[in-house]
Design a protein around this ligand. Sequence first.
Ligand SMILES: C[S@@+](CC[C@H](N)C(=O)[O-])C[C@H]1O[C@@H](n2cnc3c(N)ncnc32)[C@H](O)[C@@H]1O
Length: 334
Amino acid sequence: MTDLVPLLQQAYQNRASLLETLHAEETNCYRLFHGTNEGMAGLTIDRYGPQLLIQSFHDSLNEMQVAEIEAFYSILFSTEEIIYNDRSASNSRRQDANDERSLTLVGQELGVNYRVKGKHSGQDPFLFLDMRVGRRYIKAHAANKSVLNLFSYTCGVGLCAAIAGAETVVNVDFAERNLAIGKENSELNNLSSEQIKFIQSDFFTAVKQFAGIPVKQRIRRGQKPRTFPRLEQQQFDIVYLDPPRWAKSHFGTVDLIRDYPSVLKPSLLATKEGGTLICTNNVAKVPMDEWLDVVKRCAEKAGRPIQNIELLTPESDFPSPDGQSPLKIAVLHL
Ligand SMILES: C[S@@+](CC[C@H](N)C(=O)[O-])C[C@H]1O[C@@H](n2cnc3c(N)ncnc32)[C@H](O)[C@@H]1O
């Protein structure tokens, strides 16, 4: 069996200067151990404020290994909760013998407060840590801008925009429970309903209305058309497009491998001339250059050619020795 402690030590040492910076920036949510790239396939260890979250995706850890991990990180911070999620079996969430729900605590990133919960019915503790670089970008660029946050989940990008002093912030997600956490996050940061808005809607209906594209839906014989929230046509200075790998709804299919343009095109048209569209693709098997080709071609076809592209790379708590991070983030200046 792999001796874990030297691996944990090395990973911790590699992060020494990053952690110093993050702590100075009021960040206590970060990855401490990143799987294969740090010597143990499928093992991730994250700090979410006062929570230590250990997850194994390939092989289960035994009690001694979990205890070793707990003991090692007790030197770094005092934990209110330590959670081990064994996700090695398919359907692991439901089969997990220790599946009692965890505490809902508060973590901080770049001075922004977030609800964090290591174990719940979803798959992530309410904040995707590798997206910090994107939230950092928004915090630095959103002042006085109108911002549309698509597939907003718990609204981290929207919160950063509002805190940076954006003129308007609109978060769109179809999952009420995710927006509910977004609203709690907004309260945790003393934001008012003037500063940040939440729209529970399908992506396709919302973005198409903003972009001025007619909304179509496939209606089976005998079925009534679905209703959806009506929105005024509006373009935004900054649009953040961070879709899941695959999702199907009555209004369209999100498919980041086969059809990126179906999410990109309406998002481009909802962005102002001279505005910025930040788009992502988190599918590891899609190479950066192939994805960027698709993005550029789509922008040209949509009549919104890209003036300049900046790439954002996840910060060094997500090391990627081959430089090919699964999460690809492109800032498109239109
Ligand atoms: C990968 S998360 C997005 C992460 C988020 N951008 C962030 O910064 O944390 C995917 C989100 O997309 C939402 N979603 C999936 N399909 C959707 C659709 N067709 N319309 C609206 N929201 C959708 C899910 O509810 C979920 O919150």
